[in-house]
Design a protein around this ligand. Structure first.
Ligand code: PMV
Length: 316
């Protein structure tokens, strides 16, 4: 058994839209923060009696297992049967980027188990094939995912901007609902691209947002980072809302949290919101403000978790 651990990441500047759906090549660059505490732990037995996938202790559905086996085939098309056991320490499919940690851990454990270890950049490009955002979970701290230029996608991988010790920030996760999302991200992206009149503007603005965020991280300028993060979030959601039919990932409590974060800011607490393809809100703030932010949000949601910058994927 080979075991790897990877942490999810939350995009501060968002990935939404593909220029190549088969290879998961993004239409925009993105920049994320890898999280502490939440993780996926994946065990791989390369050369098992039969292909098997277990997720959080249950047999995977045929659709889930199919995605895993297709991914393993990328590592070795004539591979032996493989057994995969993966456990998440946080709710899956709720806009908490579980697919990012899942495919980063699987890429690392499976290449190692297969005796085909890869350098981090190549591992990131491989993880990207499973789920785009997984390309960013190989590294800790702040990670950019470059567009790349090559048709085969080999240069579309993560690059670390600053590690997890660089900046003492907190991400307060307001869990509005831990259920699975209604429309998966690939389908949602395809719909935005095909039908939203704002999609071309969204794509055009992506590179400048990543550069602004990179500069803010390197300068440890929280208001600048918070501002570009919120702007990227709301522009992405604008392409969702203006898709046909519209993609509405927010729930009523999502809006309540967004208002509370604005109210916190009006009271002088530096806190900024981001959302993904789900109802949960993640609030970026200085670690010294995290408890006050968490306290303000707790009455509005199911659960509040306070996370810090976390490490990259590693083998056990
Ligand atoms: O990795 P995917 O294909 O699930 O896409 C993730 C998309 C967002 O979470 C909405 C944004 C991002 O950059 O992570």
């Amino acid at each position: 058994m080979t075991t790897a651990i990877a942490h999810p990441n939350i995009a501060l500047v968002k990935y939404w839209g593909k220029r190549d759906a088969a290879l998961n090549l993004p239409a925009v660059p993105s920049l994320s923060l890898t999280l502490s505490r939440y993780h996926t732990r994946t065990e791989v037995l390369w050369g098992a009696t039969a292909d098997q996938v277990w997720l959080d202790g249950r047999a995977a559905t045929p659709r889930e297992a199919g995605k895993v086996f297709a991914f393993l085939d990328l590592i070795d098309p004539s591979r032996p049967p493989v057994e995969v056991r993966s456990v998440n320490s946080f709710p899956t499919a709720a806009g908490l980027a579980s697919s990012a940690s899942a495919f980063a851990a699987l890429a690392l454990a499976a290449t190692e188990a297969a005796g085909r270890p890869l350098p981090l950049e190549a591992l990131s490009a491989l993880a990207r094939r499973g789920s785009g955002s997984a390309a960013r979970s190989l590294w800790g701290g702040f990670v950019a995912w470059e567009l790349g230029e090559r048709a085969d996608g080999a240069d579309s991988h993560g690059v670390q901007v600053a590690d997890e010790r660089w900046w003492d920030l907190a991400l307060v996760v307001a869990v509005v609902s831990s259920g699975p999302k209604a429309v998966g991200s690939s389908e949602g992206m395809a719909r935005s691209r095909a039908t939203s009149p704002y999609y071309p503007l969204w794509v055009e603005g992506g590179p400048a947002d990543v550069e602004r965020a990179r500069a803010a991280v390197l300068a440890r300028d929280l208001p600048a980072l918070g501002e570009v993060m919120e702007s990227s979030t709301f522009k992405m959601h604008a392409t969702m809302h203006t898709a046909v039919p519209p993609l509405l990932y927010q729930a009523p409590a999502t809006t309540a949290v967004l208002h509370e974060v604005q109210a916190l800011r009006a009271r002088g607490i530096g806190a900024w919101s981001t959302m993904d393809a789900g109802p949960n809100v993640k609030v970026l703030c200085a670690s010294e403000d995290a408890e006050r932010v968490a306290e303000a949000l707790r009455p509005l949601v199911e659960r509040v978790d306070t996370l810090a910058p976390g490490p990259g994927a590693h083998l056990l």
